[in-house]
Design a protein around this ligand. Structure first.
Ligand code: KIV
Ligand code: NA
Length: 275
């Protein structure tokens, strides 16, 4: 299994890091077999699996449950789990306990936290306590209510400078990597060059140290809205729909099940059934 040391070496060797989300055992197994370097149990879970319209309703229990499932499916891959909305803000002891549960009960190798300011001190405290932390800057979906929508971040000089400063701070705080979401590619490149920790981009251009995408977006499963930064490598929704509608019509037309799907009983026992 690759670890944070390997990810840093990959950055130094200019070898790109491929990260993708997973939320259950079969998807985790498939992405591991496909050779991803890192799995993110993202709180995008809330939208792509649980049917909420943001990541805000996702709970720690949700993240533990799904991390456990991912862990069972992918035993050889580094797993990062999102700390969900307001589970790392109220007190350091609560934050520590929540991170502990994601690692001990869920089996995560690292946790991810969104934001700057006090969150950066939280990164430092978690790191000092032995918790590997991935930072998340730029578009931070848990703050969608404050940001006023899902928008590109760091487009002007002031906000770009702030992001560069925050990126440097999360590195100094001990983060093992930085997820940088939805920023101009020039900023993605600049921050990746500035930092010695890997910068994993999503909508941050081609010059970050790696990329992360949501599993459901990559395979075209579910969701109608696809952000600009997504590349759909497959379109499995219609495949599923066709399979299930074939099943439904074969049941209704009495074409399924066939003999080959059916169990039989020996003649001698049959008499008892019909007397
Ligand atoms: O929750 C998630 O899937 C994420 C990625 C999009 C970075 O945080
Ligand atoms: Na997330």
């Amino acid at each position: 299994m690759k670890t944070s040391t390997d990810f840093k070496k990959m950055k130094e060797a200019n070898e790109k890091i491929a990260m993708i989300t997973a939320y259950d055992a079969p998807s985790a197994k498939l992405v591991e077999q496909a050779g991803v370097d890192m799995i993110l149990v993202g709180d995008s879970l809330g939208m792509v699996v649980l049917g909420y319209d943001s990541t805000v309703p996702v709970t720690l229990e949700d993240m533990i449950l799904h991390t456990k499932a991912v862990k069972r499916g992918a035993k050889q891959t580094f797993i990062v789990t999102d700390m969900p909305f307001l589970t790392y803000h109220s007190s350091i002891s609560e934050t520590m306990n929540n991170a502990k549960r994601l690692m001990q009960e869920g089996g995560a190798h690292a946790v991810k936290v969104e934001g700057n300011g006090e969150v950066i001190q939280t990164i430092e405290m978690l790191t000092k306590a032995g918790v590997p932390v991935v930072a998340h800057l730029g578009l931070t979906p848990q703050s969608v209510g404050v940001l006023g929508g899902y928008k590109v971040q760091g487009k002007d000089k002031e906000s770009a400078n702030e992001l560069i400063e925050d990126a440097n701070k999360v590195e100094r705080a001990g983060a093992i990597a930085l997820v940088l979401e939805c920023v101009p590619k020039q900023l993605g490149e600049y921050i990746s060059k500035q930092l010695s920790i890997p910068v994993i981009g999503i909508g941050a251009g081609a010059d970050t140290d790696g990329q992360v995408l949501v599993y459901h977006d990559v395979i075209g499963y579910g969701g109608e809205f696809v952000p600009k930064f997504v590349k759909k490598y497959a379109n499995i929704s219609p495949v599923i729909q066709e399979a299930v509608s074939d099943y439904v019509s074969e049941v209704k037309n009495k074409q399924f099940p066939e003999d080959k799907h059916t169990f039989t009983m020996n003649e001698e026992h049959l008499a008892h059934l019909y007397g």
